[in-house]
Design a protein around this ligand. Structure first.
Ligand code: GGG
Length: 322
C-alpha cells in the first residue's frame, strides 16, 4: 500500500512551489496525495483559514507537505504543526555550489522548539494601545526538545537563550536543556541569542547545531538564510513522534507571488526530508543530488542569480531524476 501524503500549498508562492515538490515525490516514489486547502484565500471565502478537513488530513496522513502561510499564519501553520504533534522544527541552512553566499562556510542546523514560547498564542489587548503576550516555557517541552537534540547531535550543540533577561522562562529552558544533555553525556555550550546573531553573521563556521526557543529559532534560521543565498534554499521538518509536516522556511512572498519565478528548491529539499522521515533514504538522497546539480548548473530562479522560471527549474529537476 502506498503511503499517504497530505498536500497543503497554502498562500502566495506556496501554491507555485508545492506542485513542483509533488511532481518530484511522484517521480521517485509511489505515494497517494490528499490535497487540502488552508490560508488567506480560504479565509476570504469561508472565514475559516484552516478547515477541519485540512486539519484532519494532516493528522491522518503519513506525512504532510505544506507550502506557505500569509496573514493567517497563526491560524494555519501553528495548528497544522500541532495536528501532527510536532515538537521540533529542524531547519538546516547550508551553502550550495553555484549559489553566491555571504558566508560560504555556513553549514548549520537549527532545532527550534515548536509548541510554545511567544508563539503559544496567548495574546491580549488590555486597553486601547496596550497589548500583551504570555511567553510559555515548560520543563516538559524543553526536555523533549533536548532529548531530540542529544540524539540528533551526540557530538554536542549550542543552546541559544536570553536567560540573563528572561530569567524565569529562558532560565528554565537553558537549565533543562543543559541538564538533559549532561544526563546523556552530550557536551553543550550556551550562547546569548542576541550576541549569537552577530557571531553567526561573522563566523558561522564556528557553529553546527543550535538548539533554540521558538521565536529565536524562527529569527536565527531566517538570518542564516541570508548567509547562504536566501530563503529559497532553506527546507524544514516539523517532527512529532509518529508524523511530520515538511515546509520551506519561507513564507508566502507576496512580492513575487503569481510571477512564476519562485525558487522551488526549499520545498523540494523539504520533500527530501519527508522522504527520509518515511525511511526512503535513497530517494531522499536522489532528490538532494538533483537540487544540488540544478543549483550548480542551472537553470536557476532570479533569487539565486538566474533568470529561469519555477517551471524551468521544475523541468530540470525532473530531468535529473530521470
Ligand atoms: N512555510 C513557512 C511559513 O509559512 N512561514 C510563515 C510564517 O509566518 N511562519 C511562522 C513560523 O514559521 O512559525
Amino acid at each position: 500500500m502506498s503511503e499517504e501524503i497530505a498536500v497543503v500549498p497554502g498562500d502566495g508562492i506556496g501554491a507555485e512551489v508545492v506542485p513542483v515538490a509533488v511532481d518530484v515525490l511522484d517521480a521517485v516514489g509511489d505515494f497517494s496525495f490528499v490535497h487540502a486547502d488552508a490560508g488567506d484565500a480560504v479565509a476570504a471565502e469561508t472565514d475559516d483559514p484552516l478547515p477541519e478537513e485540512t486539519r484532519e488530513a494532516a493528522a491522518a496522513a503519513d506525512a504532510t507537505l505544506f507550502g506557505a502561510a500569509g496573514e493567517t499564519a497563526a491560524d494555519v501553520v501553528l495548528p497544522l504543526r500541532s495536528a501532527v504533534d510536532s515538537f521540533v522544527n529542524v531547519r538546516p541552512a547550508r551553502t550550495y555550489p553555484g549559489v553566491d553566499a555571504l558566508q560560504p562556510d555556513t553549514d548549520l542546523v537549527f532545532l527550534r522548539e515548536n509548541t510554545e514560547g511567544v508563539y503559544a498564542g496567548h495574546e491580549a489587548t488590555l486597553a486601547d494601545g496596550v497589548t500583551t503576550t504570555t511567553r510559555v516555557v515548560t520543563r516538559e517541552a524543553s526536555a523533549r526538545l533536548a532529548e531530540f537534540a542529544c540524539d540528533y547531535a551526540p557530538e554536542g550543540f549550542t543552546v541559544a537563550h536570553k536567560a540573563n533577561v528572561m530569567r524565569e522562562t529562558d532560565g528554565l529552558f537553558k537549565q533543562t536543556v543543559e541538564d538533559v544533555a549532561e544526563g546523556n553525556d552530550v557536551p553543550t555550550e550556551d550562547a546569548l541569542m542576541d550576541a549569537l546573531a552577530m557571531h553567526l553573521v561573522q563566523s558561522p563556521e564556528d557553529y553546527d547545531v543550535v538548539v533554540c526557543p521558538n521565536l529565536a529559532g524562527d529569527v536565527l534560521s531566517d538570518l542564516s538564510a541570508g548567509l547562504v543565498g536566501g530563503l529559497g534554499l532553506l527546507p524544514s521538518a516539523n517532527l512529532g513522534p509518529e508524523r511530520g509536516l515538511f515546509e520551506p522556511v519561507h513564507g508566502s512572498a507576496p512580492d513575487i507571488a503569481g510571477e512564476g519565478v519562485a525558487n522551488p528548491a526549499a520545498t523540494v529539499l523539504s520533500a527530501a526530508m519527508l522522504l527520509e522521515f518515511l525511511g526512503h533514504d535513497d530517494e531522499g538522497q536522489r532528490v538532494r543530488s538533483a537540487v544540488e546539480t540544478v543549483l550548480a548548473e542551472g537553470p536557476r530562479t532570479p533569487d539565486v542569480g538566474g533568470e529561469a522560471s519555477t517551471k524551468e527549474m521544475r523541468d530540470a529537476l525532473l530531468a535529473q531524476l530521470g
